[in-house]
Design a binder for this molecule. Structure first.
Ligand code: NAD
Length: 252
């Protein structure tokens, strides 16, 4: 049964691998013998994570907001790295803004990275030139705020609610290609992204956050474990699913 969690010798692209949830995911996969293609815009931090990885891996420095560059960049890497079994799209940015100051320009930026990049990655990674053709699994990252409401969050909520819908549509479109598509919806995890949000909130924010998570706040490793489950054959009959990894946030 434990063999089902095996990702040994499989090859995965992990975006946002320089920090937070992407970093934890890359390290866990690497620990378990997967070959990881670490992608991020932050070259320096990406290299640090590559050095931390126990197994084989490579880096891809890329701005995922530049949609038109994604296909060629991955294609070029895969020719030496080997075809992929799947990807995890962890790169993302927050956008906290009360309705009266929400701007189309900033919403578009959040959409481009958090949402459209996921579609583009699915398009590229399901291509025969990139995909191994077996054990395919794509994991997208939504959020509890893609499922439940919170104030001053319309732009981010849009980007994460859309991930749930995209997951289901991609699951249907790719089911005959032996590719499963699922997403995780994490609760609040202390990462550089979360610190940015924290810095914009009042002093009671931490207290409120703790109340929202009956099991306390999570760690990046908690989310990485959920992602591993969805990548591995342990979830072999799951596609189009949303896995809440949120310490009970959405159970209330
Ligand atoms: P993080 O800030 O720690 O890491 C995000 C990574 O994305 C960084 O390494 C950054 O360099 C990279 N990135 C930013 N812009 C990029 C671009 N244009 N191209 C390529 N890479 C880029 O964030 P995190 O907290 O680990 O979040 C990871 C994902 O999880 C995000 O999609 C986020 O929305 C989601 N999420 C986070 C939380 C949380 O509480 N931290 C909760 C729910 C969902």
């Amino acid at each position: 049964m434990t063999d089902l969690l095996q990702v040994k010798n499989r090859r995965y692209l992990v975006t946002g691998a320089a920090s937070g949830i992407g970093r934890a995911t890359a390290l866990l996969l690497s620990d378990l013998g997967a070959k990881v293609l670490l992608a991020d815009i932050n070259a320096e931090k990406l290299e640090e994570v590559r050095e931390e990885c126990k197994g084989e891996g490579d880096t891809l420095i890329i701005d995922l907001m530049k949609t038109e560059t994604i296909k060629q960049a991955i294609k070029d890497k895969v020719s030496s790295f080997g075809k992929l079994h799947g990807f995890v799209h962890c790169a993302g940015i927050p956008y906290i803004a009360p309705l009266k100051v929400v701007s189309a320009e900033k919403v578009e930026k959040v959409y481009k990275l958090n949402t459209y990049a996921a579609i583009e990655l699915a398009k590229v990674c399901s291509n025969k030139q990139i995909y191994t053709g077996e054990h395919g699994s794509f994991v997208l990252i939504s959020s509890v705020y893609g499922l439940v409401g919170s104030a001053a969050n319309v732009g981010y909520a849009m980007s994460k609610g859309a991930i749930v819908a995209i997951t289901k549509s991609l699951a249907m479109e790719l089911v005959n290609n032996s590719i499963r598509v699922n997403c995780v919806a994490p609760g609040f995890i202390k990462t550089p992204m979360a610190d940015k949000v924290d810095g914009m909130m009042d002093s009671e924010y931490d207290v409120r956050l703790n109340l929202l998570h009956p099991m306390g706040l999570g760690r990046t490793e908690d989310v990485a474990k959920g992602i591993l489950f969805l990548l591995s054959d342990m979830s072999s009959w799951m596609t189009g699913a949303v896995l809440n990894v949120d310490g009970g946030f959405t159970a209330q």
